[in-house]
Design a protein around this ligand. Sequence first.
Ligand code: PMP
Length: 345
Amino acid sequence: MQYVNSLLDLIGNTPLLRLSRSLATPDGPSFDDAAPGHGPLLLAKVEYLNPGGSVKDRIATRMIEAAEASGALQPGGTIVEPTSGNTGVGLAMVAQAKGYKCIFVCPDKVSEDKRNVLKAYGAEVVVCPTAVAPEHPDSYYNVSDRLASQPGAWKPDQYSNPNNPRSHYETTGPEIWAQTEGRITHFVCGVGTGGTISGIGRYLKEQNPDVQVIGADPAGSVYSGGTGRPYLVEGVGEDFWPETYDRSVADRIIEVSDADSFAFTRRLAREEALLVGGSSGMAAYAAKQLALELAGTPEGEDAVIVVLLPDSGRGYLTKVFNDEWLAQYGFPVEGAQQEAQTVGD
Ligand code: PMP
């Protein structure tokens, strides 16, 4: 019989999927028969197939196991992290499997759906008012610091924890190298904490220094030279430089607008049946730009581009996949014209 004893054994070893239809442009090259030697070949690393639904399951496991080993997290201890996103789900899942308590602190603007996912795993969610100053005792920062200083509490802090990039150096990087049989030439991913790009990028460059590492970044974020100006794509881009981002790894950063990120996210669902989040659409859009640049060049023939898609589109049905939401921000709604036509007929 084939089975695993723990859900944690199902983390990682996610597949690579070749993208083709979504790369088509009106007068552009065809990617239908792309293969090494007939490239560029664009492969997506599908991280929503992790049991918690995102790439963050990997860092949650590694950060918790390292804290167990160092004694920072003791049996019966409590994990405290100010997060409501994928890292929270990863931590809640691993904590549940290992018998730790979890408390997440999040601002009141976080949707109830997101809070309920964390609660479903048995975590406690403390909601703080957004409308108070950072120095107020009820602020998001003060509440999480206070909870994290309680006896038995441990705060992973994904923005400074070296086990965040290390998890990718030890698992995701080697998986991509093995899956491409060492033929990867370009690696593309979005940058939030920088853990993914730093860990995978370092591993791949150690295997072959010629592998190009490309970060995809929302216009406005610091990684692409912005000042932290707001953008709508979630999970990527920053207004500060986290410790987990290794500035020496990326060879290039491609800036992507919210409009292009969202339009391509929807294209991936409609043309590749890949229901992924906005940061996946952003990274895949940057990878597509790269594939188009390389197409028809001698370098492009053997190019094998891997792009990492961090999470599923299920968490964004009321945003990226909602026509009214897109229209409210003035983004073009793909497919709307076609639908209007059908109604007119
Ligand atoms: N996409 C999503 C949806 C995320 O939640 C994150 C993590 N913040 C990222 C991309 C970026 O990954 P990293 O933090 O490793 O740079």
